[in-house]
Design a protein around this ligand. Structure first.
Ligand SMILES: Nc1ncnc2c1ncn2[C@@H]1O[C@H](COP(=O)(O)OP(=O)(O)O)[C@@H](O)[C@H]1O
Ligand SMILES: C[C@@](O)(CCOP(=O)(O)O)CC(=O)O
Length: 883
């Protein structure tokens, strides 16, 4: 059923642009390649044998070229497409639609090569051109309305090259249609490509691109493409190409087709880089021409007719010699003509002779930047080095908290110092020291006794903290770096603080109220920042490490930005996280991680004051509830980064400890949190069994949500039944009167019922059934259910009071012999904890003659030991205070 639905949907909807680019269809469905080649073959032949076939002579047509033309037509949403030997070749073909005496209206900021051809048309073809300001459509009207003018073509570019001026293609096409219906509106779309703008859809008649640029993307071929919808115009173009013989060669057609497949991918990256660079130059106070900047004239029009600002920009320095010095000083930036290449960001200075010749009023200090796919920070660094070397900027206030660059006025006059909020969109920040040199936090895992999954959708769940904990050690460093070490996952990475993408920090998370009460429960993490972090900042393929590093960086960046009231004030620190919990097994390792990291950040940054420890070194309940809530709010955001849509129960238990009945707020209904107080002498033992079957909470939770949407009549009654189970369990666990044996027997029944419902939700697994059948079998007879997200992971077994230690030991060894790992735990342990860690023994030796050595566990052991030894090491640090 699901498959049918998906198939219907796909058939009804055209593919999106990136998919269209990547899928090259055969133009002739009758013609199947004899070997079924996935890549279009190169028909490197001038002639074809026989008469009356589809092809006879490559000047007139060639299968490789046809394939390309079909593909270009598809991605341009055009009826016809043609591929020729260069962009100028394309314009030449289009101009041959004109007759002597015809007149052209063109922009006054046209590409120099087009102007050269226009000049030739005038002297050799008797065709005159009127240059107007195409940024103002009304300037065309007098010419269009003048009956003495034989206006046959309007030639437009938008944005123009190199001034990036915007012409309202849609409005101009409408004006031409009204006043001069016979005239053709022709657009040079090279700066945008069909990915960002499709002028035929805006009412224009003929569009051409220099395929040498973005369509190819690699600067390894020359090509031009023409698209149009009108059959008569297409006929004229086909005739000209065949007559003059400038159709694209088979080999270049093959290369271009190969390039087009990655068009959107390349432009996305080049454009993202361009935005950063434009912002950087803009902040320095240069006059920057780029439609990606809010201040750009015509941006509103551009945003209407195109879907992105592109990857070419230009800026003015105010001094021709300075521009020359900048261009000459750049190293990574090459000096070149053309644009659109992926791996060669380059600068070019406008050529005076060319501009004077065409009477173009271009600033002589103009520098054009054509941006590639290099790392944006490298591009900004190189540009900055060139600006410094050329004397266009200078560094001021090096000793201050933040580095500041100041633009140098070419005439020597005063120029306002620009405190850089960001460099290339990335904060130019100077790392400070954290409020606390060394702090360690810990947080427990949890076991959900009843209500997992249903809790995400507003049903009550019962859960408690377990004995296994996660530890986070935050230490100051002094090299401007932030690092994250996750030895459990074999992951370690550090980042230069100035390179983090500070410009993507969410302002909703940097307010002072956020520092007091934490992120709001409905605050979603920014997918833009998360995607960038995952793609460009976390060098690891393992999903677990990526999720953990994303969550860490997300919290870290927002806290640093909030503390600096928007302008980040990050501290250089090392974070190491170790866990005694099995990861991704249903015992809340991610929540324990999130709480440990959040609290380590909040304490080490001085947002929360360190609670005073009792003389016993383990003050119970020694943490303010408001402080715990702040930790919990931050941890919930981290959980969202890791999980997508967590209910919040895991982080709440990992923060507060104890046992709770938890109901999240959903659609207008308030959430609820009831603490289940431990009952004197009535504690219940649980056995946890890790099946070692890997699974991912995020995927499982999303699967249940999808089923709820698709099969509400099946899933909602299951949730109602789970609510009744949780309610019964809640009253059983809080009742002091009910008979103990009856209480445990009834709990066991609820365990079985809840497990059956979880299996119906689709989160069961054969390994979990194996655990259940062992525990239920002779001689043990115990009830077991999956716990957490299921799909593998852990099972929880209720252990009755009269179940002897020997029986428990034999059950555990039976489970171990099936390859499972067991943990015996009490439920309802302590919440998160914090301790200031003194220097390790080596440092004490130096500073204080080793007097403290015996009290301070050796630091490196934290990275090395595991399991119970890890817990012993961490708990050995004196002064823990816990919630
Ligand atoms: N010790 C750890 N080190 C690093 N990351 C951890 C650690 N423990 C948990 N995590 C993070 O939490 C995620 C596990 O979340 P999840 O699949 O929900 O499992 P669980 O049921 O244990 O919470 C991991 O992918 C990782 O991102
Ligand atoms: C399935 C769910 O109820 C619990 C997930 O726990 P765990 O990540 O498997 O430890 C999800 C949630 O409550 O966020």
């Amino acid at each position: 059923m699901q498959l049918t639905l998906l198939a219907t949907r796909t058939a009804a909807r055209p593919y999106r642009f990136a998919t269209q680019c990547a899928t090259v269809d055969n133009p002739d469905p009758q013609h199947k390649d004899q070997y079924g080649s996935s890549s279009v073959p190169i028909y490197q032949t001038a002639t074809f044998k026989g008469m009356g076939g589809a092809y006879d002579y490559t000047r007139s047509g060639n299968p490789t070229r046809s394939h390309l033309e079909h593909h270009i037509a598809k991605i341009s949403n055009a009826r016809h497409a043609f591929a020729v030997t260069s962009g100028m070749g394309a314009l030449d073909v289009i101009f041959r639609l004109l007759k002597p005496g015809d007149e052209i209206i063109a922009g006054n900021d046209l590409y120099g090569g087009s102007n050269r051809l226009i000049g030739y048309l005038k002297t050799h073809g008797g065709i005159t051109t009127h240059h107007v300001d195409t940024t103002d459509p009304s300037t065309l009207v007098p010419l269009l309305q003048d009956p003495s003018r034989k206006v046959a073509m309007v030639l437009l570019e938008s944005p123009t090259n190199p001034l990036l001026q915007i012409a309202d293609l849609e409005t101009i096409a409408r004006l031409v249609r009204t006043h001069r219906p016979e005239a053709l509106v022709v657009v040079d779309n090279t700066m945008m490509s069909p990915y960002l703008c499709r002028p035929l859809e805006l009412g224009c008649d003929v569009v051409y691109d220099s395929g040498t640029k973005y369509l190819s993307g690699h600067h390894d071929l020359m090509a031009g493409v023409i698209t149009c919808d009108r059959d008569d115009v297409a006929k004229g173009i086909a005739f000209t190409i065949n007559s003059i013989g400038n159709g694209l060669s088979p080999f270049d057609a093959f290369l271009l087709l190969r390039g087009v497949k990655t068009l959107s991918l390349r432009i996305d990256k080049q454009q993202a880089n361009s935005v950063l660079i434009a912002q950087y130059l803009d902040q320095l106070g240069f006059k920057v021409n780029y439609p990606g900047l809010p201040s750009h004239r015509g941006k509103a029009v551009h945003d209407r007719i195109a879907s992105g600002p592109g990857a070419v920009l230009s800026f003015e320095t105010g001094d021709v010699a300075m521009s020359e010095r900048i261009v000459g000083s750049a190293r990574l930036w090459g000096i070149s003509v053309s644009f659109g290449c992926i791996n060669f960001s380059h600068v070019s200075r406008t050529k005076l002779s060319c501009f004077k010749f065409y009477k173009r009023n271009l600033p002589e200090d103009l520098i054009r930047l054509c941006v590639g796919i290099e790392d944006p920070q490298d591009l900004v660094d190189d540009l900055e080095a060139a600006l410094l070397e050329a004397g266009a900027v200078r560094v001021v206030d090096e000793a201050g908290a933040r580095a500041t660059l100041e633009r140098v006025r070419p005439d020597g006059g005063d120029m306002k110092a620009v405190e850089l909020k960001s460099v290339g969109g990335q904060e130019r920040v100077k790392a400070g020291r954290p409020a606390l040199e060394r702090v360690m936090t810990s947080a427990p895992g949890k076991v959900i006794l009843f209500g997992e999954h249903a809790v995400v959708h507003g049903v009550t769940a019962i859960a408690g903290a377990i004995d296994l904990r996660c530890y986070c050690l935050a230490e100051a460093r002094s090299d401007g770096q932030i690092s994250l070490d996750l030895p459990d996952l074999g992951y370690s990475q550090s980042w230069d603080l100035s390179t983090l993408p500070w410009h993507l920090v969410d302002p909703a998370l940097t307010s002072s109220s956020c520092l007091k009460t934490g992120p709001k429960p409905d605050q979603a993490p920014s997918t833009e920042l998360l995607t960038l972090l995952a793609n460009q900042f976390v060098h690891q393929d393992q999903l677990k490490a990526v999720q953990a590093a994303q969550a860490f960086l997300y919290l870290y960046m927002h806290l640093a930005a909030a503390q600096g009231a928007g302008a980040p004030r990050p501290a250089a620190q090392s974070f190491t996280v170790r866990s005694g919990l099995p990861i991704s097994a249903g015992l809340g390792s991610s929540a324990a991680f999130s709480v440990a990291v959040s609290s380590a950040l909040l304490y080490s940054h001085g947002v929360l004051p360190l609670p005073s420890s009792s003389s016993s070194g383990d003050a119970k309940g020694g943490i303010d509830r408001a402080h715990a809530d702040l930790v919990n709010a931050h941890a919930f955001l981290a959980e969202k980064v890791i999980h997508g849509t967590p209910s919040g129960i895991d982080n709440t238990v990992a923060t507060l400890g104890g046992a709770v009945a938890f109901r999240r707020a959903v659609k207008g209904r308030e959430g609820r949190l009831d603490v289940i107080e431990p009952q004197e002498g009535r504690g219940i033992r649980f056995l946890l069994t890790d099946t070692k079957v890997a699974r991912d909470t995020k995927t499982l939770v999303a699967g249940v949500a999808r089923r709820k949407l698709e099969e509400p009549d099946t899933i909602n009654p299951l949730f109602d039944s789970i609510q009744r189970i949780s309610d019964s369990a809640h009253s059983l666990l809080t009742s002091s009167t009910v008979d103990r044996a009856a209480q445990l027997a009834e709990l066991a029944q609820l365990v079985d019922q809840n497990h059956a419902h979880l299996v119906s939700l689709g989160v069961g697994h054969a390994a979990l059934e194996a655990v259940r059948s062992t525990t239920r079998g002779e001689p043990w007879g115990l009830a077991t259910k999956l716990t957490g997200a299921g799909g593998g992971g852990c099972a929880v077994t209720v252990v009755p009071d009269d179940f002897s230690d020997d029986s428990l030991a034999s059950l555990r060894s039976a489970l171990a012999s099936s390859g499972f790992e067991t943990y015996s735990t009490t439920v309802g342990g302590r919440g998160f904890g914090v301790v200031a860690v003194p220097p390790s023994s080596a440092e004490v030796d130096e500073a204080e003659g080793g007097a403290e050595r015996s009290k301070v566990p050796e630091r490196r052991r934290f990275d090395e030991c595991a399991g119970e030894e890890l817990a012993r090491w961490a708990e050995g640090v004196e002064g823990w205070v816990r919630a």
